[in-house]
Design a protein around this ligand. Structure first.
Ligand code: PLP
Ligand code: SF4
Length: 424
């Protein structure tokens, strides 16, 4: 890979963190035993304001800190590291902590489909029209986000990973499912794969000519963490990738890049707008999504500006999520009421074209639940949440508003209580 003015290295080691005081580096070293840490120098040198790193959203997004672990767990790992405990003992402590961090929220593993009696391990098929595909080579990311619900996938020694090598079975499975018309490449980040690897998958999909398959999506954070993937002047594989996008579109597919943007700061460098233009010129559409996270983006003004800017830059705001209960969620979570307040304030301020965003949404076990509002009942003077499933395993249950009891503290769908009596 050739880069002209950006000198790119992967940072897997805290020794590179030249901007940080020694005690902070030590803290990162300890926490990262549990929460996998990885960054590259685009993130480090071009996205973080090091003068104010402690409150910088991209710093908090990338660098683990001690408050992301329960205090006792942090101290256990610290003690283990400092006493130079044998590595198998440290691994035991670390695995014990990880397994208590709810590695599989919403029971994702129950969505693995079967083909000819065998499970398709690199696939999730939860909603009838769309399947997720986890290509083996895409199970890592350019940098690791501290809030990420996919964290078990980055941890090699835990048997918690999804992924699979062969697309042939996936194609056969899609062919057998008439309603399945979209395939979403996900990971990790599928855009970590070389264009050559991606095209091995895509060429087979194109050749398969499945009449009901019309949409290909890639879920990626590369526009934030690695915009060079789309910039031929910096990266000699970029043209191949753009040509591949064009080929997908020219073969009649709708191609949607599902881009993750957690903060408006991630869109400030000119390389990002250029990457967006290059992608759009292939005929691909870009849609944006992100969870709302305490300490990073719990700010309505930021969201409304971010959505407006995304529209101006040529993207379509798509989802705002509620942070899932996994990994260091104690650090990032906010009550549903608070998330809803931020969402409604932001969408009101953003104006016309941000209305395409669906939010706030919880990806829960039965499906994606949108919080539509807080309603004062005219019957009993109580408050209720109005919700709807925008996605459900059973599609007949989608887009039917329903009520749950209002709860100031609840942070997730399964904490909400049903309403016993008729409200009207
Ligand atoms: C979110 C999600 C999708 C995609 O849903 P859209 O609403 O179409 O964006 C597909 N499968 C699973 C399991 C999901 O969680
Ligand atoms: S880029 Fe996406 S999958 Fe990768 S760590 Fe961040 S949120 Fe997780």
């Amino acid at each position: 890979m050739k880069l002209i003015s950006y000198n790119v290295k992967n940072f897997r080691s805290i020794e590179y963190m030249k901007y940080l005081p020694e005690e902070v580096k030590q803290e990162i070293e300890i926490v990262s035993k549990v929460l996998p840490f990885k960054a590259n120098n685009y993130v480090v040198d071009y996205l973080i304001d090091w003068e104010n790193y402690e409150t910088d959203p991209v710093y908090i997004l990338t660098f683990p800190n001690r408050h992301m672990l329960p205090k006792e767990d942090y101290l256990r790992v610290k003690q283990a590291v400092e006493s130079e405990m044998p590595s198998h003992k440290l691994t035991q402590i670390v695995n014990d902590i990880r397994l208590r961090m709810n590695p599989h929220p919403a029971n994702q593993q129950s969505n693995v489909p079967r083909l000819n009696g065998e499970t398709l391990d690199g696939v999730q098929h939860k909603y009838r029209d769309i399947a997720l595909f986890f290509p083996t080579q895409g199970q890592t990311c350019h940098a690791n986000c501290t809030f990420c619900f996919r964290w078990p996938q980055f941890v090699k020694d835990l048997d918690l990973q999804f992924s699979m090598k062969e697309i042939d079975d996936v194609i056969e499975y899609i062919r057998s499912q008439d309603h399945l018309h979209e395939i979403l490449f996900t990971g990790g980040d599928p855009m970590i794969m070389s264009p050559r690897t991606i095209s091995r998958y895509i060429d087979k999909i194109i050749e398969a000519k499945i009449p009901h398959l019309d949409t290909i999506r890639f879920g990626t954070k590369s526009l934030t963490y690695w915009p060079f993937a789309y910039l031929p002047q910096y990266n000699d594989e970029a043209q191949e990738l753009l040509d591949l996008f064009k080929k997908i579109v020219d073969n009649g597919f709708h191609l949607s890049i599902m881009a993750h943007f957690n903060h408006i700061n991630e869109m400030s460098n000119a390389v990002v707008s250029e990457a967006i233009q290059n992608i759009r010129s292939t005929g691909a559409q870009i849609r944006t999504q992100a969870p709302l996270l305490r300490h990073i983006n719990d700010d309505a003004d930021m969201w409304s500006k971010m959505w407006s800017k995304q529209v101006i830059m040529g993207m379509v705001p798509y989802y705002m999520f509620v942070e899932r209960e996994t990994g260091p969620y104690g650090y990032f979570q906010l009550p549903i009421t608070k998330v809803y307040d931020i969402y409604s304030d932001a969408i009101r301020k953003a104006g016309s074209f941000a209305k395409t965003v669906t939010g706030p949404v919880m990806s829960a076990a039965p499906g994606k639940v949108q919080i539509m509002g807080v309603v004062d009942s005219p019957v009993d003077d109580e408050k209720y949440f109005m919700l709807q499933f925008v996605r459900n395993r059973d599609y007949s249950k989608t887009f039917k508003p329903f009520f749950m009891k209002y709860d100031e503290q609840a942070t997730w769908f399964d904490q909400l209580k049903e309403v016993e009596k008729a409200l009207v």
